[in-house]
Design a protein around this ligand. Structure first.
Ligand SMILES: Cc1cc2nc3c(=O)[nH]c(=O)nc-3n(C[C@H](O)[C@H](O)[C@H](O)COP(=O)(O)OP(=O)(O)OC[C@H]3O[C@@H](n4cnc5c(N)ncnc54)[C@H](O)[C@@H]3O)c2cc1C
Length: 494
């Protein structure tokens, strides 16, 4: 408390009028009255003013409520379609704040949402009426270039990890949009342009610090709490709140061969056929994704996106067939900074628009899948439409399905259909189209990625974890028997 007052007064003197100073001042104001909230199992409860005040005093970071400066910004997540109002938002500054928040939620039987990067498409990181445990302020990547390790606090975004590691010519697998949270992505698996060389992001974990549902802070690695470490690599946020990640890094040149080759939609079938055949024998250094995209109301086109992260001269030879199998509209592949490629999609995937996505894994691509994809793809006014085949395989597929909680090791591609639009009034029309289109594709997929689709029923979640599910239930029974962490692809305790 003393520290909070000191911090408040220092900032107040030095920066009166700045948003941070205003937010801290608001967060220090007395709690006006009792606070209505949502219980863990649904239903309403009321938190007494004094309990909330004591909770606030126990935190180093601010505790926000409706009406306070910073509350509306903190409850916003990536998908503009999600508009939820937690009773309380704990902006944690470290593992102690996270542990205190978990203890408060348990003591008051509160619904809990955990937010790191806020990229959950379905908005699992924010809830109505409960406690949002927000790690977004827990930042500051530290790289040890000799040991080739990165230490990444729970609120970091992928761009921060990439940037700090690349300073030393290092990297590990990270997703393709730099404002995605490292935490959610890693706990669910983690695909990216280096995945075929180094495996999933979670395959590169060395250790994780976790706050359990009991409010304890533990470390999970191959040497300590080994079973928990197994479950954290693909089991999502089911077993606790990850406050810090340690990753293995690899030598990756800051200059790679990358960029898009663009083809007219009329050649889409030819491109898809080439893509499937070529990627079947491509080296691990090459990641090739295929996207069919249409801007709002515009013409669709097909893009092959290259990332060759090995020796550049060899890369030129490897990708020569991609450049010559048919005539493209444009070939923008060149030697470029890896960091540039990793953030090139940031604007197209900007936060705040309305988004909807469906996805599934493709193991053995069926020509009928391509017929359905091309026949059904239909751009719309007001909506950006993307159909993506993200290449997997390589090192990802050389890990046994039971070696980590992430089990879909045999998939060759992750197929996604994604729509993004500005006007909320168009939401019913666009979500209906995506759902309908997906119905025609889903039969050609096998399982799906929890990081893009939570699953609309418990049966689907169970089936998607496959043979790993019983082991995950045992872990859930041990670490979260009351299912405090349930806003995720939920493993239900017995
Ligand atoms: C634009 C965009 C691009 C993407 N690109 C890729 C990609 O290239 N590769 C890929 O693999 N995925 C990708 N994804 C999917 C991404 O992996 C998931 O959305 C992931 O959940 C994001 O993590 P986050 O921390 O930002 O999410 P949040 O919304 O903060 O959280 C997502 C889930 O994880 C849980 N969670 C978050 N933090 C913690 C924590 N510290 N401890 C325990 N549980 C926690 C939350 O409770 C929630 O259930 C992308 C998503 C978007 C929106």
């Amino acid at each position: 408390m003393q520290r909070r007052l000191f911090l408040g007064s220092m900032l107040g003197a030095a920066a009166a009028g700045l948003p941070l100073a205003r937010a801290l001042a608001a967060a220090n104001a007395p709690v006006a009255g009792d606070v209505p909230a949502t219980r863990l199992g649904g239903g309403e409860t009321v938190l007494s003013r004094s309990a909330v005040q004591d909770f606030r005093a126990s935190l180093r970071g601010p505790l926000l409520m409706a009406g306070q400066d910073g509350y509306d910004r903190a409850r916003q997540v990536w998908n503009g379609m999600i508009d939820r109002r937690p009773a309380l938002i704990a902006r944690c500054t470290g593992a102690t704040d996270v542990a205190r928040s978990v203890q408060f939620a348990r003591a008051n039987d509160l619904l809990v949402a955990v937010r790191s990067g806020g990229h959950s498409t379905s908005g699992q990181s924010v809830c109505d009426g409960g406690l949002m445990i927000d790690l977004a302020d827990m930042r500051g990547v530290r790289v040890d270039p000799r040991a080739r390790r990165a230490r990444v606090p729970g609120g970091c975004l992928l761009g921060e990890l990439d940037r700090e590691a690349q300073f030393f010519g290092l990297a590990t697998t990270a997703g393709t949009v730099s404002h995605t949270g490292a935490a959610g992505l890693t706990l669910g698996g983690g695909f990216g342009r280096l995945g075929r060389r180094f495996g999933l992001t979670c395959d590169n974990l060395v250790s994780v610090d976790v706050v359990t549902a009991g409010g304890d802070v533990v470390r999970a690695s191959n040497d300590e709490n080994r079973e928990l470490f197994w479950g954290l690599r693909g089991g999502g946020g089911n077993f606790g709140i990850a406050t810090s990640f340690e990753y293995r890094l690899h030598e990756v040149s800051p200059t790679i061969l990358g960029g898009p080759i663009i083809f007219p939609f009329a050649r889409a079938r030819e491109v898809l056929d080439f893509f499937v055949e070529f990627t079947a024998r491509a080296p691990d250094e090459l990641n090739l994704d295929c996207a069919i995209v249409a801007p709002p109301g515009g013409k669709p086109m097909v893009i092959l996106e290259v990332c060759y992260s090995g020796d550049l001269a060899r890369g030129e030879k490897v990708i020569a067939p991609v450049r010559s199998f048919t005539k493209p509209l444009a070939d923008q592949v060149k030697a470029m900074p890896y960091l540039q490629l990793q953030s090139g999609g940031d604007e197209a995937n900007a936060a705040g628009r309305n988004y909807y996505v469906k996805s599934g894994f493709v193991e053995a691509p069926d020509p009928k899948l391509f017929d359905a994809m091309l026949a059904g793809f239909s751009p719309a006014a007001g909506r950006s439409t993307v159909m993506l085949l993200q290449q997997l395989g390589g090192a990802i597929g050389r890990v046994r399905p039971d070696a980590t909680a992430f089990n879909h090791r045999q998939a060759r591609f992750d197929l996604l259909v994604l729509g993004g639009w500005e006007d909320p009034a168009q939401t019913p029309e666009h979500t209906a189209w995506i759902r309908d289109f997906w119905r025609g594709l889903e039969g050609y997929t096998r399982g799906y990625y929890f990081n893009t689709t939570i699953g609309d029923s418990q049966e689907k979640v169970r089936a998607n974890f496959g043979a790993n599910y019983p082991r995950l239930v045992k872990l859930k029974d041990r670490y979260d028997p009351g299912n405090l962490f349930r806003l995720n692809a939920n493993v239900q305790p017995t």
